[in-house]
Every structure is written in C-alpha cells, then in structure tokens.
Design a protein around this ligand. Structure first.
Ligand SMILES: [Zn+2]
Length: 456
C-alpha cells in the first residue's frame, strides 16, 4: 500500500454472484471481515464452500454481520473450524436469528452424505460462534483501536438487517448488505446514507424493476377469494424468514377488515414458527403503521382460523381439515420441507391452487410448476398437476434497479467510488453503468478475488 494509513478491500466472494457474501477490509494493522456467507446455487451449499478461506482466519480481529440470511452467515461454522477466535458483531435480532438459521442449516446438511460437513457444521462450532458474538443497536457506535469506528443503519431488508458504516481517518465506507424493498409491510424503511465516501453495495435486482406493490396485495386477495369459491386448498410455498411474517401480517389485515372470508389457515413450518416468535419479540424495530396496529391491541401474526402446526403429527392432520383452507409451508422453492407432501396430495386436483410468490431457481420443483410442466415427480411418485398455478412477483425483499439508484443518489455528491457486488455479473455491470450514467458517480463491478486500495 502506498501509504500505511490506506485501507484495502478484498472481494473474497459475493462478487459476480448473488450469494457467498464475504469481504475483507484491512489497514493500520487491523483486519475485519464483513459477512461470511454460503455460496449457493442449485444446492443449499456449493462444494466451493468447503475449500480453505483465502486469508489467514486466525488473524481476523472482528467479523461484522449485515443480516442473518444464510448467504451472509452460512460459513461462520467453517470460520470457527479453521481457527477464528476474534469477535463477531451484529445487531441484536441478527444474532438471535443466526443461531436458529445455522441450526436449521446444520440439520439440512446432515442429510448430506458428506461427513466432513458434519464436522464443520457441528453444534459445538455453532455454540462457539455464539460465545464470540456481541451485539450493538442501530446507531450505536463501536470504537476499535487504531482509529476505526463502526455502526449500523437499518437496511429494511429483514428483521435486524443493517448497513455497516465504517469511519476511518475522516473517510466513511458503507457496506450495504442486502437493501430492503421499502416500504415493507412490517419493517422500517432503509435509512438514508448521505455522507459516504465509498460504498460496497448489493445488486441482486440491479437490472430489473418489480411489479407495483398495490398490485400484489390485490392479487393476493383475489387468489384467496377465488380459492374459497372453488372450495379448494390453497398452497403457498414460503421462505421462513421475512416473507412468512409479511404474508401473515397482510392476511391478518385482510381478515380483520373482512375483505377475505374466514377459513382455516396453517403455518406448517417449524422454522417459520420459530422465526415468527423472534419477530414478535422485537416489534420495537417495526415501522409506525405496524406498531399502530399492535398498539391498538391486534396481534399482527395471529387471527381467527390461523394455526401453527409445529409437530409432524399436527401437520399430517391438516389433510383431514375440510376445504376451503390455506397452507403456508417451506421450502419457498419446493425443494424440500413439508410443502412437498402437501403438493403431492393437492396438486392432482383441479379445485386446488398453488401460489408462488418468490424466485424459483432452475431445477427446483417450484420452477417446474411455474413453467407449467404437467407431470412432475414428488417423493418418488408421478404427480399430474391439475391444480391452478398462480404467481405474484412483487414480494421481493430487495430494492429493484430504480430504487437502488435512488438510494445511491442521496450520497452521490460525496461518493468517490461505488463497488457493485452481490449480483449476477449482468445485473452488477448494468447497475454500475446506470449509476455512472444517471448520477455521475464512479462505479464498477469487481470480480471475486479482486482487491482495491482505499486512499485515506
Ligand atoms: Zn438477504
């Protein structure tokens, strides 16, 4: 480095791809990691995850976590296994959600035949990570020797999500993590950044815009009413974190206002049930509208007819409940979880409906259903799909292309450079170009392994 006060950022992974967020910031004798996520493709964890980290793990002072999605936290057990003994820092809800998510992932990976993963993803390594973990609230400043100051701003992406602000030598560097699709039904809006010198930002939807928000609510109401009329079962494959809680909240509002008829609704996912209780615990982080409803005495995750089915036996009982009814279950892409049992039972009947509200990766059952493939194989049996297939695309948890540009525009006057990461190459490069064209800021999309010097 030209000047020993300068900083260096290495984009270890999470550049040129959406998942595997892992960045190294070093300078003035200190080393910090930002996120340590799993690289995910068609598989829960690509083989590349189990290769050695490109840096000396034992030399890292602090790992900062932006939020508790597995592509931001999933390699923490591996970091521990390789000898990490520094601190881990996040917001308060992120720590709690991470523990639940890591335990769930350990359970899913244990079904894998590769025993080496079991050693890495052990209960012991997860416990050790939790022992090293400290929390700070949004806005609280953490001073670290050698002149570094860290704090989180609300990213509005999932409960606990934070953008990490680093101040060093009068320069501010912001790692955005994932940026929420504000306004969210429950969470507060993404806080503004107005004084950043450098930004490392996500670009999941860097080249696309979302369907309008009001549309999605109307469509959800329509699909629920239609299922009621047809006296069918409505299946909604859901992601357990955030998407489930948003849906519960929106269905709660519809039920309370009488815009949809009452019918049995099942949340049939132990993970989603656990995470919903964490949301309940941290409602102080919700937005004003959600808080107003809570303060009026309404439980926003509970309404007449809603049943949480945690035990397998309870889940099996759902089959006996008369139609019309609604089942929400994981996984969101129907590549595992209880939803596939329901799909096997209900997809062959024309009065039923399946509603897909999230991204469906290539190769998953969810993708086959959305691609209107008529005959699929579920749990070893051929299933002919006669149920109605519905899709609502507006439920993304990420800012779309235009909103990412709006977000950067608040600080375009102070920015020296933006590093566009956490997106497919096309999305990242498109966004970088758009930031340059529309705002006149210097922006580029680094590749995995690239290093940059930040002059301080
Ligand atoms: Zn995320």
């Amino acid at each position: 480095m030209a000047n020993d006060k300068n900083l260096k950022i290495t984009f270890c992974s999470g550049a040129g791809t959406v998942t595997g967020s892992n960045f190294l910031l070093e300078g003035n004798g200190k080393k910090f990691l930002i996120d340590c996520g799993l690289v995910q493709g068609e598989k829960l964890a690509d083989d590349i995850n189990w290769q050695k980290f490109s840096y000396d793990v034992s030399s890292i002072d602090i790992l900062f976590i932006t939020h508790a999605h597995i592509d931001h936290i999933g390699r923490i057990p591996k970091l521990i296994a390789e000898g990490f003994n520094g601190k881990i820092i996040s917001t308060i809800p992120t720590k709690e959600i991470t523990e639940i998510m890591l335990e769930d992932t350990a359970h899913l990976l244990s079904k894998d035949t590769d025993n080496k993963l079991d050693e890495i993803y052990s209960a012991e390594n997860i416990k050790k990570a939790m022992k090293l973990w400290e929390t700070i609230d949004y806005g609280q400043k953490l001073n670290v020797d050698h002149g570094f100051q860290f704090s989180y701003k609300d990213a509005g992406h999932i409960l606990g999500s934070g953008m990490l602000e680093i101040v060093y030598n009068d320069k501010k560097i912001v790692f955005t993590g994932d940026l929420g699709n504000s306004p969210s039904p429950i969470l507060r809006d993404t806080e503004k950044i107005v004084d950043a010198d450098y930004m490392v930002m996500e670009s999941c939807y860097g080249d696309r815009n979302h369907e309008a928000r009001d549309e999605r609510l109307k469509r959800l109401e329509q699909v629920i009413k239609d299922n009621y009329k047809r006296e069918g079962t409505l299946m909604i494959p859901v992601f357990s974190l955030e998407r489930t809680q948003e849906l519960l909240y929106e269905i709660n509002n519809m039920m309370e206002s009488g815009s949809i008829p009452k019918m049995p609704i099942f949340l049939d996912s132990p993970l989603a049930i656990k995470l919903t209780s964490v949301y309940r615990k941290y409602e102080k982080y919700f937005n004003k509208t959600a808080l107003k409803i809570i303060n009026s005495g309404d439980d926003i995750f509970s309404f007449m007819g809603l049943k949480f089915t945690e035990e397998t036996e309870e889940s099996k009982e759902i089959l006996r409940v008369h139609n019309p009814k609604i089942i929400m279950a994981g996984s969101g892409m129907s590549n595992g979880g209880r939803i596939i049992h329901h799909e096997k039972n209900y997809l062959p009947h024309k009065n039923n409906t399946i509603l897909l509200i999230g991204y469906q990766a290539l190769g998953t059952l969810g993708r086959m259903i959305i691609d209107k493939i008529k005959k699929v194989r579920i749990l070893g049996e051929d299933v002919v799909i006669k149920a109605k297939v519905e899709e609502i695309s507006g439920y993304s948890g990420h800012k779309d292309s235009d909103h990412l540009v709006d977000f950067v525009s608040d600080t375009s006057n102070t920015l020296k450079k933006v590093f566009v990461v956490m997106g497919e190459p096309r999305a990242s490069m498109f966004l970088a170009q758009k930031l340059t064209d529309n705002l006149g800021v210097k922006a580029y999309a680094p590749e995995a392994g690239d290093e940059v010097i930040i002059e301080c």
